[in-house]
Design a protein around this ligand. Structure first.
Ligand code: 13P
Ligand code: SF4
Length: 318
């Protein structure tokens, strides 16, 4: 889109959202144009919290389906719109309700902890929900003698097991294709090209598990490696005295990192780490969603009421 066209569209979106009393929430992986028209940009946990406190009656959620569903579950009295109903998530697709029910049957006394990257139906089967920024605290809050079923991300699960020292935790073998594709080789290459760089990794990454062992055995200076949620990364790079960073997550995060820290350098661990679902949300679709108010996300009350329990337990801990 031409710059002039995009500025005119942005101005129209800003006018419409005010006129219609709509709040726009955008995930940190959204394209720059979409982040520019958002009232709040953040990680899954931050946006869930925001959804529950904003005064507007309508939320236009620029992110993927499970995020908009979470907002609809938390705020059932609000209208939640998404610019593209097809914006899914490979991680949330990696477990079905039947699979989870069978797994629970095999471990009838276990506590089910599920990542926020799951469908509403899955959340309704959970005891606790968690996000990348609070998964460790959620697991720590569960009595050590209780078995835990952790789903669906195996890299986040291994990270949490390592951080909590938990031995009675079963981990579902799901993954996000974007983060799983960031390999230790990608990371090593980038770190070697920039000697003094700090390294920030999202716990969904395929490189997380081997990197944790490298950190543990002293191959890396632990002070220079941080495993964080997207918002955690943004806070960390702002506060750090370092000037150069290698960033292992979806590349959309670099826009805000660079904007907030113009004097620092950010290099993606892998340029290929792009989520096609997040990138389905365009300025035109945001505009259409505002005009038509059509793509409404609804969750059946019975499912939403059960799912809300797991989300509320998470929000009470973190
Ligand atoms: P967070 O923004 O919560 O860290 O999650 C990352 C993610 O992959 C969302 O799809
Ligand atoms: Fe899902 Fe991965 Fe995309 Fe996040 S980056 S929305 S986990 S597919």
């Amino acid at each position: 889109m031409l710059v002039q066209q995009s500025s005119a569209l942005k101005a129209e979106i800003l006018r419409l959202k005010k006129e219609k009393d709509v709040v726009i929430l955008a995930h940190n992986y959204q394209i720059p144009d979409v982040q520019d028209v958002a009232d709040f940009t953040g990680d899954s946990l931050g946006l869930s919290r925001k959804a529950s406190t904003v005064s507007q009656k309508t939320i236009l959620f620029c992110g993927v389906n499970f995020m908009a569903e979470t907002a609809a579950i938390i705020s059932p009295e609000k209208k939640v719109l998404i610019p593209d109903l097809e914006a899914g998530c490979s991680l949330s697709d990696s477990i079905t309700v039947d699979e989870l029910r069978n797994w629970k049957k095999q471990h009838p006394n276990a506590i089910a902890v599920g990542y926020v990257n799951t469908t509403a139906e899955i959340k309704a089967e959970l005891d606790y929900c968690c996000t990348s920024s609070n998964a460790v605290n959620v697991v720590k809050a569960i009595s050590v003698d209780k078995e835990i079923l952790f789903l669906p991300d195996m890299f986040l699960g291994s990270y949490v097991a390592k951080m909590t020292g938990r031995k009675n935790m079963y981990i579902w073998a799901g993954e996000c294709h974007v983060h799983a594709g960031i390999t230790p080789e990608d990371v090593t290459k980038k770190l070697n090209s920039l000697n003094d760089a700090e390294f920030v990794i999202h716990p969904e990454c395929g490189c997380t598990t081997p990197m944790m062992y490298d950190v543990a055995d002293g191959s890396y200076d632990t002070k220079k490696v941080s495993i964080l949620s997207t918002e955690g990364m943004l806070n960390h790079v702002k506060e750090s005295k370092a000037k150069n960073f290698v960033v292992a997550t979806e590349t959309g995060i670099l826009y805000r990192m660079k904007k907030d820290n113009p004097d620092k350098t950010f290099i993606p661990a892998s340029e290929k780490a792009e989520c096609q679902y997040m990138k389905m949300i365009t300025l035109e679709k945001v505009y259409n969603a505002l005009i038509n108010e059509k793509n409404v996300i609804t969750v059946p009350k019975k499912i939403a009421d059960k799912a809300r329990l797991a989300i509320d337990r998470m929000l009470a801990i973190s």
